[in-house]
Design a protein around this ligand. Structure first.
Ligand code: ATP
Length: 462
């Protein structure tokens, strides 16, 4: 049973230090969130899992980290200045403003009326100004990137030549993106500042791109499975042409059941798009249009690729799996949420995070905090484990409370040091999911925990 709704996760996240509403001391800032001590660990673990899976475990993907603010011309030639629009409509009755494509049954979500203005485009790139310039100097205009992908495209040649890559190969990047969303909301699902994990996979124009989209969809479904997301809570959506971005010939969205309480429970978790050779051509100085004119008179580079075996030069096609860190974290939290009743009839929340994602892997708890020998031994065990796994020491409550707190934040193991430990050099290891306990020698503890913490495997690619 995953969480019954997003609100359950909002309250757990705030209560336990995963996510806080941003700028709360000034009344908050609509749909902005800050990640607390446990949230930052969970996000980092998701990003590390993704990076390990693509950049380390495969042999065909490199990583980069490009600037958030790029030359404005990047956004001109990528098509974002002209087309990165949401369609806005206003309710004539209550004056509410909404995204036209999110309106269900033509009814205003605020007042229920069906009296709309004409839809009009609204560019969702967030603007800023560079340098000490006059407010109205158009040359100073710059954008906070709305996707990390363009930083990859403009570095295609740099990466390909310095790493001596041949097609097919990919470039991965994780980082912040910004969109001036018309109607942000639903906790961390839709915010104006968010984090993306994007990968551009470059292939030949003659490859079977349709099949490659399927391949990456399967890979990601499996990766989400390795993060503990149940396949039944994922759905695939073949995006029709009129809903696709301007560069895409095929897009499949992987949807997650974010709204189990609603009739339409699905919302996008990530998208996998065949972006064709649109972006590399658009940024290239030699690409000509149908009339033989350069499509990009500003570019000083040509991002084409010379294919040695066929002796041909072409612009590679691109498959792009684009996932959100925040939406992945929300799906992981919802799927990990469970409740269990103890023998006193009390209901406890257990966050069944996979060991690789759990913010804390082991909590070391002294059974008696007024016994210096027990406290000393527990702290020494914490320090000895730290080089191999994230461990914490906690003595801020009775043992029952401490167990419950660790269950609720998803710590896979509690290690209890008791009076007997001082004599037999052993501790009790308690499993979060089964609540079973076993006695383990301190000398074998690190090995024992590491074996049980192994991440769930993702099938290695062929
Ligand atoms: P939507 O239709 O939900 O606005 P999109 O199709 O515009 O999303 P993409 O451009 O495909 O999104 O971006 C790739 C991924 O980045 C999304 O699947 C999502 O995980 C994440 N993402 C996009 N916009 C946001 C946002 N405003 N807040 C949080 N995550 C986002």
């Amino acid at each position: 049973m995953p969480a019954p709704n997003i609100d359950t996760i909002v309250s757990l996240a705030k209560r336990r230090g995963f996510v806080f509403p941003s700028s709360e001391v000034y009344g908050g800032l609509g749909s902005a969130w800050d990640y607390g001590p446990l949230g930052v660990e969970l996000c980092n673990n998701v990003k590390q899992s993704w990076w390990r899976w693509l950049v380390y475990e495969r042999d065909d993907i490199e990583g980069i980290d490009s600037s958030i603010i790029l030359n404005r011309l990047v956004w001109k030639y990528s098509g974002h200045e002209a087309t990165f629009n949401d369609w806005l409509i206003d309710c004539r009755k209550c004056k509410g403003r909404f995204r036209a494509d999110k309106i269900v049954d033509n009814k205003c979500p605020s007042c229920g009326a069906s009296d709309w203005t004409e839809a009009r485009p609204f560019n969702t790139m967030l603007q800023t100004k560079l340098g000490a310039v006059a407010d109205d100097d158009p040359a100073a205009l710059a954008y906070l990137r709305p996707e990390t992908a363009q930083g990859i495209f403009i570095n295609f040649l740099n990466v390909q030549t310095t790493m001596r890559r041949k097609l097919p190969f990919g470039i991965a990047q994780v980082g912040k993106s910004f969109r001036n969303e018309v109607t942000p909301g639903n906790f961390i699902l839709r915010t104006r500042e968010f984090e993306q994990m994007e990968m551009e996979y470059f292939v030949s124009p003659s490859d079977d791109h349709w099949k490659l989209v399927d391949y990456w969809v399967e890979q990601y479904v499996e990766w989400f499975g390795s993060l503990g997301i149940n396949r039944e809570n994922l759905d695939l959506y073949e995006v029709p042409e009129d809903e696709r971005a301007h560069y895409s010939k095929r897009t499949v969205d992987i949807m997650y059941r974010y709204f189990p309480e609603r009739e339409k429970p699905w919302e996008e978790l990530m998208g996998i798009a065949w972006r064709t050779d649109f972006d590399l051509s658009a940024h290239s100085k030699n690409k000509l249009d149908a009339e033989g004119k350069r499509i990009n008179p500003d570019s000083t580079e040509d991002l084409s690729y010379f294919d040695e075996p066929t002796k041909q030069r072409f612009y590679p096609h691109v498959l792009e799996p684009a996932a959100g860190v925040n939406r992945t974290v929300l799906a992981v939290l919802m799927d990990a949420y469970s409740e269990k009743t103890n023998d006193k009839g009390e209901t406890r929340v257990i966050l069944k995070l996979t060991p690789q994602l759990a913010p804390i892997k082991a909590a070391i708890l002294p059974l008696a905090k007024n016994k210096p020998e027990i406290v000393g031994m527990a702290k020494a065990i914490k320090r000895s484990l730290q080089p191999v796994l994230r461990a914490v020491y906690d003595d801020t409550g009775g043992i029952g409370k401490l167990y419950a707190r660790q269950d609720e934040i998803g710590t896979p193991f509690c290690v209890t040091v008791d009076h007997q430990s001082l004599e037999d050099e052993a501790v009790t290891v308690r499993d979060r999911d089964t609540w079973e306990q076993e006695r383990i020698k301190v000398s074998e503890l690190a090995d024992h925990l590491q074996k049980r913490l192994k991440p769930y495997p993702v099938t290695a690619p062929e």
